[in-house]
Structures are given as structure tokens and as C-alpha cells.
Design a binder for this molecule. Sequence first.
Ligand code: CTP
Length: 399
Amino acid sequence: MTEGKRVVLGITGGIAAYKAAELTRALVKKGVSVKVIMTGHAQEFITPLTLQVLSGSPVFSDMFSQEYYDMNHISLAEYGDVLVVAPATANVIGKMAAGIADDLLSTVIMATKAPIIVCPAMNDNMYNHPVVQDNMAKLKKHGVLFVTPGYGELACKTEGVGRLADIAAIVEAIESAWTDKDLCGERILITAGPTREPFDPVRFITNYSSGKMGYALATMAVRRGAEVILVSGPSLLPVPAGITFLSVASALEMRDAVMNNLAGTTAIIKAAAVADYRPAVLSDAKIKKKKGPLTIKLERNHDIIAEIGTKKENRVLVGFAMESEDLVANARSKLLGKNMDLIVANDLHQSGAGFQCDTNIIKILDPQGGVEEVPLMDKMDIANRILDRVKILTNAKRC
Ligand code: CTP
């Protein structure tokens, strides 16, 4: 997805310039080629050598350099799949809004046809200044993308909005900018993570699901232009940007959140590991230990996907099955029994598949008897393969 991609990174003169080194490193680690342009003021905060070492490429700043005559403002403008300005000062935002091109970076910005992402970082009074806000609004109208700065303590010792956004958020904006929006018009509800079934105020029954597969699906679906609702059980993962996030704990809460948000969805993907049973009694007080064993009676939870299967209408319904034996036969019986359009099956015992890990190995089964074998790959790539199948089905349902 990122391998072979190219980014031009413009660094301007703010204290957050040092974070551009971290951004460069994160991009290079993903296989992205980065060419850095620094303004003169940026070089007051961080040396070009740092960026040169991290990007593995000369750093550009001089408009009329004879040394790098082959990398002029036109070839740099044409080089990137995306141009990112991070950190972006009020000054460079003002220049962009006014159409001023008086140094290498502002000239490249003016000359590029690549998507431009601006990551402001400045004092909160500057950020909230009506002129800066007007400039940003004007640039947004012209299609410039912004990664909103964070709130917190600023270098000037005040607190407010103006900290450079997290590197992960900037990387996500970059990856989103070069992703084809082929799921535009889809409204996809995804469930993820485990559920917790409490039996007293301090204890619950749960499972090992980390939420990684569901969060990967949400991340890729929103990148591809879908409107995404993520209903998640407890997970330590960061919430993907640009989605509607509904946090739940128990299967009952998950069921309500899903059912209340079915309207208007074109696809439902149930990646959550929902507990089939919950304790029949929830004690108000902590259960004290006594001599002998403790028996906890369990009762059945709703089967959420089966319930959706009975009122599927025109939606595409995708379920998951993690099995420890008879993978295909068990998955097929769930697929047919719960009226799904696809089921994603994986084998609990296969190394590189299942809960907690970043990779998966899956088989995608359809009701016609088809089995697509997807070999070991990153969960982000697996998510794309599943979404490719969802897209074919939603398109077919529209015809
Ligand atoms: N599922 C659900 N509600 C439940 C249990 C499961 O919506 N109460 C969904 C899961 O999100 C998954 C699919 O059903 O998409 C299959 O879940 P799984 O636990 O593998 O299957 P079960 O039908 O519960 O069968 P078993 O646990 O006996 O294997």
C-alpha cells in the first residue's frame, strides 16, 4: 500500500520542526521515499543533515542551487504522490492562501498537482486568529487537506490548540490522500473486539480478541471513502480517524448499538468476538470466596449477526468464524445458518492467524460454494481483500 509511494515533505520554522524527523522516519519505515524541503527558518530549529540521514536523500532549500540542478521546483512538484507541510506555520499558510511563491517550498506548493496536506503547529492565539482561520478555510475550499493540531501544553508554556498532530494521524492522512475512494457512497457498520460479561462489580468473562481485524477494516474502509460506524468492545487500539465510534462492553450493549444503527447501512461486517453466554445473575456486591467451588450459571446472549440475517434487506452481511477444527465445514454452516453473504474463516491453531497478531490467514466463503484462499498477510491488507469482496456485492445489490 505504501511501498514505492513518494512524499515531498515541507518543513517550516516552528519548534515542532523536530517532529518532522520522526515523521520522516515513520514514512521511510513504511517503504515511502521522502524528499525534504526546508525553509530557512526551519533550519534554525533542526539541521538539514538530520533530515538527510533519515530520508536518505539530499535536503532541498535553495531555489537556485546549482548542486541539485536536476531537482528544481518543477521536478520536486512532480515528484510526490502527496505533498505534506509539517509543521506548517501561520506564515506559510498565509503565503499559500495569498498565492505567494517566494522560496523553494512555497514555489513547489504552487506548482504541484499532488494532494497537499497541511499540518499546522503554532501558538494557540495565532492558530485561532481570524486571519489564520480565514486562510485555512480558503485553502480548504481549494482542496487543501488539513490535519488538525492537538490540544495541550505549547512550547510557549500556554495551553491550547496548536500542537502538531500526532505523527500517526499525519501518516494516516497521507495514506488516505493517495487511496482511491472506491467505497464512496457505502455506509459500513463494523464490529470489533471482545465483549465483557460481568458477574459482579469487579469481574467479567471475556476472550482474547484484541480488535485488530475490526479496526483494520474500519481504517481501510474510511480510507477508501466509506462512511464507517465502528462498534467496539474494550480494546487498547487507537480509534481510527474519521469514523463514528461507539464504545460498548457487553454483548447486550453491542446488540443495541448495532440494531440502533442499522438504518442506512449498505454493509455490516461482524468481526467482533461476541460472548455467546453471559452470567445469568449480576451481583451488586463483590462475590466473596467461600469454601468449595463456585458455580456461575450462564444464559445465552443474542446472536447479533443471526438477528441481522433475518432483517437483512439489501445489505451485505459479512461474518467471521474462528475455528479450531473443521474450519471450512463449520464456517459454511454459520454462513448459511445465519444468512450471511460472506464469512471470513480462520484457523485458531495456524501460526500468524487469529487473535492478537498483526497478520492473518483467511478463507472467504460465499453461499455459492466458493472459497477464496488468502495467504498470510498484514491485517490491513486482509481488510482490503475483504472490502474488495464487499464492494463487488454492494454494487451487485444495487443493480
Ligand atoms: N456473533 C454474533 N453474536 C453472537 C455470537 C457471534 O453476532 N452472540 C457473530 C460473530 O461476530 C461472528 C459470527 O457470529 O461474525 C460467528 O461467530 P462465532 O463465535 O465463530 O460463532 P458462533 O455462531 O457463536 O458459534 P460457536 O461459538 O459455537 O463456534
